[in-house]
Design a protein around this ligand. Sequence first.
Ligand code: FES
Ligand SMILES: [Fe+2]
Length: 405
Amino acid sequence: MADGERARSVDWAARRAEIARRQQRAYVERVRGGRGDLAPEGAMENDARVYTDPARFQRELETVFRDHPILVGLSHDLPQPGSILTFDELGVSIIVVRTKSGAVKAYLNMCAHRAMMLVDKPCRKNIITCPFHGWSFDLDGNLVGVPEPEAFENVDRAARGLVRVPATEWAGMIYILPRPGDDEIDIKGHLGDFAIELEQLELHQSEPVKAGVLDAQCNWKYALDTYGEGYHFPVLHKETVAQFNTTETLYEAFGPHSRMGWPSIDIKQLLDKPESEWPEPFYGGVHYLFPNSILFYGSVGASEPFVQIFRHFPRGVDAMRTYFAVYSRDAITSDEYRSFVEAAGYDGTAHVVATEDYWVAENGYQRLKTAPAGFKVLYGANELSLQHKHREIAKATGMPLDVVG
Ligand code: FES
Ligand SMILES: [Fe+2]
């Protein structure tokens, strides 16, 4: 069965509801027991240089980021033929395009004449014209226009198309491999058992509402760590996240990817009630897409749902940038819903990340850089997502965690 037919034939809402009920039971059990999921091996040490070592960082660029599909956005970020996105991280400049036939293709953002940048921001065009001498390309990357053509009569135009970059659109998401090539991306191979967990989110319906960037002067992994544990909620986020969530983590790994959630504080009201009296639960969770993206599907308290995507990129060993974008869960049908998603989904969260999580990320990382030789950070048994993630990133680099520098 083709993917499109399959997507239509499965009742994803029912699947989400079933998992939500499972999550609800698990949350109640964990809150009742007074603790969330714990790593069986206990706390884990990790050498500070895993974050600070330039050689290890270089290796991450060449392996973790070059060999794995990187999420660049959702289908509605390229809403129509001629929609173009730009990608300028990881040392490459790429454009991602929706072609006339509706397919997604990507190219180096580089003119075939003398390598000038073609597009400097997201836009919509049917013909891409270079701002240097005016060479032009169609959406399939073919060279279609050369001013003063008599000067290039001996040039093979077919060989002067845009340089292809692997790209694919799957289940409402757009992925690239950030390097030249025309190979197919095996997205299902990359996601494995996690594929269905993402497919059920029906992200092809999600519409962009607001997007921005959050920068931090720290290694990309230190910032990413702040999305992976609830241990810090009652202290760092005393006045914000902790007003809504408790710390008892529910954690599920799917290969290098994972899903994680924390019970809402309202769950305490269910502890003494039979399940038949529990309210209808809502599916949600923090989905970690290896290596660098976090997709939060859910809501704040009992409010309307939305989707938040955080894509983390290194900018050198000691700096990083997060592209933060918020989407509706379903098609946007009212201004009220849009305003709500903008305020609760983007503005509120961006403020907490910038002033609380990334305040810590920058501050902690500065000290980590000057920590005494041999200093090791710790991930508690209650921070099992961090343990798993650092093992998986190290595995992808081919460098064991205990061999650094
Ligand atoms: S570099 Fe693009 S037209 Fe010359
Ligand atoms: Fe946080």
